[in-house]
Ligand binder design. Structure first.
Ligand SMILES: [Zn+2]
Length: 257
């Protein structure tokens, strides 16, 4: 390019939105070609602003962005898909926060990842309609981890390289995978994973959502998979996510515990 690009057009999914200054909003948005961006939407909190309805949290839009000195500025925004149920139903909203927080936590700014953009867009769509939101979350986690370089190894033991047998095996977040009983049983930092949970995680990791959405899981399977994945993710992020604690509080009464 002979001169610096001053303005660009991009699709964007809004992952975070916070108030900024008098009337502005600071957005964390995920884009197909530029990865994660921090953007300013000027005047977006004024009721008269034409932008105000188009930079909603979790929405998918088309933005016109001006390159700024520190932060780029959204100059026009048009909603492509509002994902309304994600803002109207508390449980769906909380899962959407989790999906957004996870994408934010595992990515750096301006690191292009088109497949992750597609996954985010799909995940928000599934969260609008699915009955089993936890299943969406597990599918999303496994595919996100694959796209950001933390894919858990669920087929071959990282110790002896043998294919895992259909028995109780041992998950190690630190080693990024599941050990066979011989290697895993006495290894520090592993937790037992049932055959059923391993099978479901493998299924989710390797199949399309259209197939996975048919799965019907018991509450016990769900909670084992949730524990396994959350331990794995917290280990690699070196912290827990705020939305995880909130999800757990919301779900506790429904699980009767
Ligand atoms: Zn082994």
């Amino acid at each position: 390019m002979s001169h610096r690009e001053r303005v660009y057009r991009t699709e964007a999914i809004v992952l975070r939105r916070i108030d900024f200054g008098e009337a502005d909003r600071l957005l964390t948005a995920f884009t197909p070609e530029r990865g994660k961006l921090k953007l300013i939407a000027k005047g977006a909190r004024k009721p008269s602003s034409r932008k105000s309805g188009h930079v909603e949290l979790f929405s998918h839009g088309q933005f016109l962005v001006a390159v700024g000195r520190e932060l780029d500025i959204v100059t026009q925004a048009e909603t492509l898909e509002p994902y309304l149920p994600l803002r109207e139903d508390l449980l769906r909203t909380t899962y959407a926060y989790y999906v957004a927080e996870l994408a934010d936590a595992f990515t750096a700014e301006r690191d292009e990842n088109r497949p992750l953009f597609d996954l985010l867009r799909d995940a928000f769509g599934w969260l609008c309609e699915a009955q089993d939101l936890a299943l969406v979350a597990r599918y999303y986690e496994l595919h996100l981890l694959g796209l950001v370089g933390y894919q858990p190894q669920l087929f071959v033991c990282p110790g002896c390289k043998a294919r895992l047998e259909p028995v109780v095996n041992y998950m190690s977040a630190a080693d990024g995978g599941v050990f066979c009983p011989k290697c895993g049983r006495s290894r520090v930092g592993t937790t037992a994973i049932s055959l059923n949970a391993l099978k479901v995680l493998r299924f989710l990791q390797t199949r399309e959502w259209e197939t996975c959405r048919m799965l019907r899981l018991s509450p016990a399977s769900h909670s084992e998979m949730e524990r396994t994945m959350q331990h794995y993710i917290a280990y690699h992020l070196e912290r827990s996510l705020k939305s995880v604690a909130f999800l757990q509080r919301l779900q506790r009464p429904m699980q009767g515990g």
